[in-house]
Design a binder for this molecule. Structure first.
Ligand code: C5P
Length: 255
């Protein structure tokens, strides 16, 4: 097993950019590559990061990753691996060949699985950052209890976060509601990536633990993941720009 990564010193690969364009990740939740690329075209010049999840990866796979990479975009591969350690290590090694900047595993997979994922990612400068998903933002306390977890989402996220950071992951996926607490727990270097972002007045959909872009940045999020508020907007570039403006304002206030 590799030694846990040292978060006591800033790692240039993990330092968070000050330009909000480098902190906004658009979730390309589309059934095919053509739809995804059409949105990417509409966001040209506004967004630099895209997230490819299960739906799109299974439909468009490596070719789409290559296309986005050739256009210079940064990519978050969100396949949320959760399996036995050997299988996850092998999956991460395969994913590494794709050249994406980040990928996800479920923290609930346990210590050995998390360490195997970190080992599979390697320690090179271009190794993908392994992010551990704590508690899905679609889960509330009732859902946790139904699965046998008798803790609040915040308590469970903190427990999983501590374990995952101990195992050497580079960051966590958590809801904005937990960011401030987790930031206090893990210090300034691990990335905290927050989905469940909804500008004021936006439809919440299936998310449970949501926050506005400004609130998430103010709480200490490194990156925001935004899907439907941009991808389903009548004018996606304008919707993205409004989110970027809100992120800028929140970072200015936080300085
Ligand atoms: O459309 P919306 O903004 O809700 O999209 C959120 C994105 O973030 C989706 O792609 C979803 O898979 C992802 N995600 C999430 N909750 C997590 C981890 C990832 O919503 N805990």
């Amino acid at each position: 097993m590799p030694p846990p990564k040292d978060f006591s010193a800033p790692n240039p690969n993990r330092s968070v950019a000050s330009d909000p364009k480098d902190r906004l990740i658009v979730a390309l939740d589309f059934p095919g590559g053509a739809d995804a690329l059409s949105l990417v075209d509409r966001l040209d010049g506004v967004c630099r990061w895209f997230k490819i999840g299960l739906e799109l990866y299974l439909a468009a796979g490596e070719a789409l990753v290559d296309e986005l990479r050739s256009r210079g975009f940064s990519i978050f591969l969100d396949l949320k691996f959760h399996d036995i350690p050997n299988t996850v290590a092998a999956a991460v090694r395969s994913a590494r060949r794709l050249g994406t900047q980040m990928l996800t595993v479920h923290a609930a997979g346990g210590r050995a699985m998390l360490q195997a994922a970190v080992e599979g990612a390697g320690q090179e400068a271009n190794s993908p950052i392994v992010l551990a998903v704590t508690v899905l933002t679609s889960l509330d306390q009732n859902e946790l209890e139904a699965s046998g977890v008798f803790a609040t989402p915040a308590e469970q996220a903190a427990r999983l976060a501590g374990m995952a950071i101990d195992c050497g992951v580079g960051g966590l996926v958590c809801s904005a509601e937990e960011v401030a607490n987790l930031r206090g727990m893990v210090g300034s270097h691990p990335l905290l990536v927050t989905p469940g972002i909804r500008p004021a007045g936006a439809a919440i959909g299936d998310q449970m633990r949501v926050a506005t872009p400004g609130a998430a940045i103010a709480a200490g999020a490194s990156y925001l993941v935004v899907g439907r508020p941009i991808t389903r907007a009548a004018a996606p570039a304008q919707a993205a720009q409004a989110i970027l403006d809100e992120m800028s304002a929140a970072s200015e206030t936080g300085r």
